[in-house]
Design a protein around this ligand. Structure first.
Ligand code: RP5
Length: 179
């Protein structure tokens, strides 16, 4: 006979493991949050558990190394990393982690993210970062969800529905233009 306390402890730990983050959304500074929030929003829409952290390649390099080295052990499956300017964070995380890393160039300063894009996209052979467009954290989130969905039929069905809705909305605009 299982004691009710044991059952409760089991249910709590099960709930925790169900809800533990599978997507890590990290950024070089809290000033990147306005851009990176879109990745979190799309994860919420699909019911994907994520964590958000400020991890700077330059200001907290040891933390960055630890994050990259331990992310897979903590249960994360994909890392989304955003940075602006001298945007080394996505590439350095990719150097440490076996997980797929999606890079988001954050638009800041006079160069409006072109500098970050050039930095993030130019990874040497052997250390890939899947780079999205400047400021496109929503696509980074979607790409992470698509990666997760390759091993999750329910999630894949949601993605198919998402695309169908997007197509219907686009088509509705077309119909309005014709009338
Ligand atoms: C980068 O420096 C961060 O990703 C951020 O985009 C940029 C500026 O950081 P703050 O000076 O606003 O903290 O590492």
């Amino acid at each position: 006979m299982v004691h009710p306390d044991q059952r409760l402890a089991f249910l709590i730990s099960r709930q925790r493991s169900i809800m533990s983050a599978v997507v890590g959304i990290v950024m070089g500074s809290d000033s990147d949050l306005a851009t990176m929030q879109a990745a979190a929003t799309i994860c919420q829409e699909f019911g994907i558990a994520y964590e958000m952290r400020v991890v700077s390649a330059h200001r907290t390099p040891a933390l960055m190394a630890e994050y990259g080295q331990t992310a897979h052990e903590r249960g994360l499956k994909v890392i989304i990393a955003g940075a602006g300017g001298a945007a080394h964070l996505p590439g350095m995380l990719a150097a440490y982690t076996p997980l797929p890393v999606i890079g988001v160039p954050v638009p800041i300063g006079h160069l409006q993210g072109v500098d970050a894009l050039m930095s993030i996209v130019q990874m040497p052979g052997g250390v890939p970062v899947a780079t999205v467009a400047i400021g496109q954290a929503k696509n980074a989130g979607l790409l992470a969800i698509q990666i997760l969905a390759t091993a999750d039929a329910t999630l894949q069905a949601k993605l198919i529905e998402y695309k169908q809705t997007m197509a219907a909305e686009s088509q509705a605009k077309n119909t309005r233009l014709q009338s």
